[in-house]
Design a protein around this ligand. Structure first.
Ligand SMILES: C[S@@+](CC[C@H](N)C(=O)[O-])C[C@H]1O[C@@H](n2cnc3c(N)ncnc32)[C@H](O)[C@@H]1O
Length: 250
């Protein structure tokens, strides 16, 4: 006959084992869902990358598109717009693969120029080198634009020194993928007050990383400050937004 202590100990052990089994059951299901989601995301990026190579007819490989680079699905949105609407003056905040993709679109369109603001001289040189290797130097200019204190939104904030950006043409397409978040959560907000007044009527603005708190806050502020900005979210890996500058010519 088991005494009461032995029965209590057995019950405790059974309870502990049940708790562990339940914990493992939840872990397995979470892992399965994460794996499915991860595979779907990866597959989507591979499809987007393959689509880019086809629609841009690239003869050389693009640099790797993980980490800091714009994701293939965002690049595909940029290319689709640039090939459809044939913008003449494209400005982007931060250079990299997006510069190559946009320059190739303009080369295929046969007109236009990409002006890419880059704060880091190392990455400016790398992007220029990639443009050379791809035979695209005539379609994009990487502008050395150090981050300097600028008066925006009632305060001072670091943003690109735009003095190298030509003033001659209104901007038809603006891509905001910098400065990096490391300089502050609201790093990208100044693009609105500084560059939106230079947009052509009907111009399109693309924002990468739109799901991050700083970018969501920037979108909200821009919507309040520029009520004619028509904002749509894009289903991209890192979150993205497309904004039509609906203001008519004055
Ligand atoms: C989000 S990244 C720019 C991505 C760019 N639009 C592209 O499509 O590749 C923003 C900035 O990060 C810097 N950067 C780019 N690659 C980097 C890397 N591997 N490590 C650290 N900084 C990087 C560059 O100065 C760039 O302007």
């Amino acid at each position: 006959m088991m005494d009461a202590y032995a029965i209590a100990a057995l019950l405790l052990l059974c309870g502990y084992i049940l708790h562990k089994v339940r914990h493992m059951h939840i872990l397995v299901h979470t892992l399965r869902d994460d794996t499915r989601h991860g595979n779907a995301t990866l597959f989507r990026q591979l499809e987007a990358l393959q689509g880019l190579y086809v629609s841009l007819g690239l003869r050389r490989a693009l640099p790797l598109t993980r980490g800091w680079a714009a994701s293939p699905d965002f690049l595909q949105e940029l290319a689709a717009h640039a090939l459809d609407e044939k913008p003449r003056c494209v400005v982007e905040c931060s250079s990299g693969i997006s510069t190559l993709v946009l320059a190739r679109c303009l080369q295929l369109n046969g007109a236009g120029m990409v002006y890419s603001l880059e704060h880091d001289p190392l990455y400016a040189r790398r992007t220029r080198r990639q443009l050379e290797l791809h035979g695209l130097s005539a379609w994009a200019t990487v502008i050395d634009a150090p981050l300097t204190g600028q008066a925006v939104g009632g305060g001072q904030q670091l943003w690109y020194d735009c003095s190298g950006l030509p003033l001659v043409m209104p901007i038809d397409m603006l891509v905001i993928d910098g400065p990096p978040q490391a300089i502050g959560q609201h790093a990208r907000y100044p693009a609105g007050p500084i560059l939106f007044p230079r947009l052509a009527p009907g111009a399109m603005v693309f924002l990468d990383d739109a799901e991050r708190p700083g970018e969501r806050a920037a979108l909200q502020r821009w919507s309040l400050e520029f009520p004619h900005l028509d904002v749509q979210s894009l289903p991209c890996e890192k979150g993205a937004a497309a904004m039509r500058w609906a203001q008519a010519a004055s």
